[in-house]
Design a protein around this ligand. Structure first.
Ligand SMILES: Nc1ncnc2c1ncn2[C@@H]1O[C@H](COP(=O)(O)OP(=O)(O)OP(=O)(O)O)[C@@H](O)[C@H]1O
Ligand SMILES: [Mg+2]
Length: 450
């Protein structure tokens, strides 16, 4: 049952009870008034009759006096007098009320008053009977009651109408609140309510609006956190793929080259050189094991450049020189690398590592130049070879790999740029240039070779 219906029923019951109480009180007042009036009228009437009967002793025509006595009650509102004697009867005519009153009401308010018989002296014989006539008094009470009832009904109707209108208006914001809550339930947190109505209802709508704002803020925050989580997951996976590629890929390639070399040594009967190649193979396997273990341990194979960028690049050259003795590596570093942020150094290291790896694998290069320039604007890295385009061999995958993409991702993560490709149409060789912006790098210069 809705609150509005409950309120309506309560008001109707209250009005009904009030009406009953008012009707009961009105009846009580009317009955008391009718009894008082009739009793008084009967007493006065009896006194009059008795004094006239006393006068009969000196009357010359008692029968005529008695008839006059009865007639003197004509037009009385509350009593009738009737004469009953052997010589004849007579009855007075009471005033007939012009108010029509229902018989049940007369019975309801009229007291049970037995007729009063006043005996006449033996000389005239007979009796005068006095009867109470409640119709007139009851009529007056009925008329008064009718007026009160109309007043009460009008009052009740107006009060009920006013209360229901007021309650309806006060409850309207609650209905709007319920509708708004229904919409918020499925997640529509943008719903707002106009603040109106009495202060307590306005407090409710205010509270609702604050709740909506809070929910919307929490939802936005959750969505942002989810997006961050997904981005972090993607970044982690990309990092993992990149690190697998950079850490393991070159060694796998080197191992495949080593196996081919051993094959050819065995084929040409140069068994004495095989142990050296096997040593290199073992070294490669050791590296792969170390890196895979590190990846498994942390799923984050970052290798801190504990020995510095220049030495780390020299290590890369050393690594390949042992495997490709015919290739000449030239390293040039300008500027001081000490102040370069670690992240920039690591990225530069990875770019050089992949570019040299590509040069060795894809270009039959004779000379590979590595130039690193550290200046105020940032860190530049350039790796150039003099090789030619080599078609994929059995040792190489036919699909382009992830090396260049990985370099680009690393460089972009630091806000840098990278370009790879041939130095110009029709030219041999391959160049990788990259720039990592780093505002606070010392610009003093030094040059070295390896
Ligand atoms: N120095 C280079 N000389 C000639 N071609 C190159 C050179 N560097 C890259 N390329 C070409 O660019 C392609 C893409 O290089 P990338 O490093 O992205 O993949 P990949 O080396 O083939 O495989 P991965 O690096 O994933 O092991 C290479 O396959 C090769 O054809
Ligand atoms: Mg590559």
């Amino acid at each position: 049952v809705t609150l509005r219906v409950r309120l309506t029923v309560s008001i109707l019951v209250a009005l009904f009870v009030s009406f009953d109480v008012a009707a009961g009180l009105a009846w009580w007042h009317a009955a008391r008034s009718v009894r008082r009036e009739l009793t008084a009228a009967m007493e006065v009437g009896q006194q009059l009759v008795r004094s006239r009967i006393d006068d009969l002793a000196h009357s010359g025509d008692p029968a005529r006096d008695l008839a006059e006595l009865v007639r003197s009650f004509d037009g009385e509102r509350h009593i009738t007098a009737s004469l009953d004697r052997p010589g004849g009867t007579a009855v007075s005519h009471p005033l007939v009320s012009d108010i029509s009153v229902p018989a049940w009401f007369v019975r309801l308010v009229a007291p049970a008053m037995p007729p009063v018989r006043v005996a006449l002296p033996p000389s005239v014989d007979g009796v005068i009977v006095m009867r109470a006539e409640p119709a007139n008094e009851a009529g007056e009470a009925w008329a008064a009651l009718g007026d009160s009832a109309v007043e009460l009904l009008v009052f009740s109707a107006l009060a009920g109408l006013f209360t229901l209108t007021t309650a309806g208006r006060a409850l309207r914001p609650l209905a709007r609140l319920a509708t708004a809550l229904d919409r918020v339930g499925p997640g529509n947190y943008g719903v707002r309510m106009a603040t109106s109505g009495p202060p307590d209802v306005a407090r409710l709508t205010d509270g609702f609006n604050r709740m909506g704002e809070r929910l919307a803020a929490i939802e936005t925050q959750n969505r942002r956190l989810n997006e961050q989580l997904l981005t972090m997951q993607d970044e982690e996976r990309a990092d993992l793929a990149r690190d697998l590629h950079d850490e393991v890929g070159p060694f796998l390639f080197s191992m495949s080259v080593g196996c081919a070399a051993i094959d050819s040594l065995v084929g040409s009967g140069d068994i004495a050189a095989v142990p050296a190649q096997l040593g290199l193979l073992r070294e490669d396997i050791g590296h792969v094991q170390k890196h895979v273990r590190a990846i498994l341990r942390q799923l984050r194979p970052a290798v801190p450049l504990t020995i510095g960028l220049e030495a780390a690049i020299a290590d890369i050259a050393e690594f390949w020189r042992a495997r490709q003795p015919d290739v000449t590596f030239r390293l040039s570093v300008a500027g001081v690398l000490d102040g370069v942020p670690e992240a920039a150094q690591e990225t530069a290291y990875r770019v050089v590592q992949e570019a040299i790896s590509n040069a060795v694998r894809h270009s039959q290069a004779r000379v590979i130049d590595v130039t690193v320039v550290s200046e105020a604007a940032g860190l530049s890295v350039r790796v150039a070879d003099d090789g030619i385009a080599v078609p994929p061999t059995a040792n190489e995958p036919e699909q382009p790999g992830f090396g260049i993409e990985g370099m680009r991702e690393r460089v972009s993560a630091l806000g840098g740029v990278i370009a790879t490709g041939r130095p110009g149409t029709g030219h041999d060789g391959w160049v990788v240039t990259s720039f990592l912006p780093a505002p606070a790098i010392n610009t003093s210069s030094m040059t070295g070779a390896c």
